[in-house]
Design a protein around this ligand. Sequence first.
Ligand SMILES: [Fe+2]
Length: 433
Amino acid sequence: MKNFRESENVFLKGNWYPVEETSSNNLNIVGEIPMELNGLFLRNGPNPKEPIDHKNYHPFFGDGMIHGLKIQDGKAHWYKNRYVESSFGFGPNTHVLKHAGKIYALVEGGVSPVILDNDLNFTDQIPFPKNDNKRFTAHPKFDSSKNELHAISYDFSEYLSDVNQVHYRVVDGSGEITTDLPIVLNSKPMIHDCAITNNYVLIFDLPVTFNTSRRNKDENASDYPVVWDDNYSSKLGLLNRNTNEIKWIEVPNCFLFHVVNSYEDSSGKVILDFCRYDKLFDFNNPLPFGKKPFLTRWEIDTIKETCVEKLLDDRPMEFARIHPDLEGKEYRFSYILNDGALNNLFKYDFLKDRNEVHHLGEHKKGAEPVFIPKIDQTSEDSGYVVGFVYDQEVDKSEFIIIDAENFSEEPLARIQLPSRVPFGFHGSWINLD
Ligand SMILES: [Fe+2]
């Protein structure tokens, strides 16, 4: 591969640039891997294949690549990375998670999930065997009480056909779709994430909408097909999980890629924590990260149908994760990456309104911090925070394991990888059965 790591495109420079497939066994470890960690860490992200259109490349459309690490009995057995192979079309590039005994690589926009095995072999299994329509999302929410995934998905092919609707889909514990509800809207919003509570699914109808006019106006312009709409009437849909009725509530104009979490408090208000973008995807600036995101809370009165907004922190943050069994439930802790320098991780304590910082190092760039609960958990933060870290000085990555209860201290272990893991999106820890 030619060295194109200087590029006019910010998403092809340095550690954004794609890597080749590789694998390595018996990795070197600095420190000690906790013996109870037996599983796979998988992370998805874009890794565009040659030839790359440097002018118009956008990471949301880069070919998916999974980076995997197998840890067992205190050893790091292997690291490997593989392009996501799909017999259904585009290889999903955004998330990878396990549900109903299957590992799914996921993306939004109407593209089918792909199922892979524990060795990163991709299969042609139908993602939801009893439902013909394969569309899904990169960010389903896991209801641990019911062992269900809840998803709000949109489909570019419907938007292109001028069909203004999104879909609410539920996947049960056997991996089958049990609810498949079309939701008609007034426009075609890009919906990256959703949220759940005990009684609701939250639908984000916000001012980033499908629009192909950028390229129509200027043939040299980016063809990225979503645009910020200054005159949009932003709404939050509260879809009642029992009746499927939707109540739409006016909310401030803003955008979110990612929810931190949501729940109903003791008074019945819906609490939503998320990373809030003031404005994004300007017509003349389609780069998605032009405005920094800030940790924000909405308190939604479902009776008065009002939304009160509170800024929780004035430092930019993105890629928050929480305890995997607490999605949609009252919670206390989140683990979040600082946006910009990428060299700090935050542990945010919503109960005490305080946070701790794990400084990765001046030359290091972190990623989404994934929380793994301990097997015998004694508190919500009893567990490990893990993720890939890119070291600019040596141009390689490592995988770090932090004790979540001693968050600011040195990692318990650093697993040294043979190459670098490009910046990417989301991943999961998957316990070995
Ligand atoms: Fe995402």
